[in-house]
Write a protein that binds this ligand. Structure first.
Ligand SMILES: Nc1ncnc2c1ncn2[C@@H]1O[C@H](COP(=O)(O)OP(=O)(O)OP(=O)(O)O)[C@@H](O)[C@H]1O
Length: 242
């Protein structure tokens, strides 16, 4: 699997009204690109656009993969709440894509992915019998089984406590290595730990993030990480009306 880079240029609308103008985002192949910005600015809308999900949004401009091939069928999404099926067990949740397509689900691979993500022995449980962190791992397994080269993580770790979040971020970096990841987050530390590049979104401007030039996932204790986190938090704080 070779992951393409993505470029998104132009103006985004929501229900016919302007949402984000002058986008010029270049998301490198096989790396993590982060989208940050105030609530309601349009981060998830960009995720849905990349994922090809329907909605009231429109783009005047272009969204292209660097290999020139269509993106359809090559993007997996992991959402904040995991969007698991409450009545299906974990294997049923992980294999839902195949079932919906009417193809034979790969049950062995589903079990193997669940085991890789630390969920061995829980395969027969329903999502309601799991912790929030375990549910997030099931959502990640469901994205991984599709073997898509592009993965959108939309607030995928936001429901977790701080320590579990760090563990999940490290695990995601490991299992998603080589894929092009779009990380949508509210958390400046998550952006600074995980992203190779990123942008702070504003209605009419897109500012690149200043991230440490070190390998990811970065150590949250490193002075450069702490400085970048504080600077980003100050920028975000300045964008919230008093
Ligand atoms: N179907 C819709 N019809 C009209 N407006 C919508 C629709 N879906 C979303 N919006 C609006 O589009 C804007 C962008 O929403 P989006 O979910 O992309 O923001 P976000 O930056 O991800 O926000 P948050 O950080 O709060 O999740 C918001 O103002 C939202 O109210």
């Amino acid at each position: 699997m070779t992951a393409p880079g993505l470029t998104l240029c132009g103006d985004l609308t929501m229900a016919g009204a302007p949402l984000l103008r002058g986008l010029a985002l270049s998301m490198p192949a096989g790396q993590w690109s982060c989208l940050l910005g105030p609530s309601g600015i349009g981060k998830s809308t960009i995720g849905r656009l990349i994922g090809g999900l329907p909605g009231a949004h429109g783009l005047t401009g272009s969204l292209r993969a660097s290999d020139g091939q269509p993106l359809a069928g090559r993007v997996a999404m992991v959402a904040q709440d995991g969007q698991l099926l409450p009545w299906a067990d974990l294997v049923g949740n992980v294999t839902i894509g195949a079932r919906l397509r009417g193809t034979r689900p790969d049950l062995a691979r589903a079990r193997s992915l669940l085991a890789d993500l630390g969920l061995r022995g829980l395969e027969g449980r329903r999502p309601g019998e799991l912790s929030g962190g375990q549910r997030q791992r099931v959502a990640l397994a469901r994205a991984l089984i599709e073997d898509c080269p592009v993965v959108v993580l939309d607030e995928a770790f936001s429901a977790l406590d701080a320590a579990t979040r760090l563990t999940m971020q490290d695990m995601a970096a490991r299992v998603l290595a080589g894929r092009t990841v779009i990380l949508i987050t509210h958390d400046p530390l998550e952006a600074v730990r995980m992203a190779h590049c990123g942008w702070l979104l504003e209605k009419d401007a897109t500012q690149p993030l200043h991230l440490p030039d070190t390998p990811t996932p970065r150590d949250y204790r490193a002075p450069a990480v702490q400085r970048a986190q504080a600077d980003l938090l100050a920028q975000l704080h300045g964008m919230v009306p008093a």
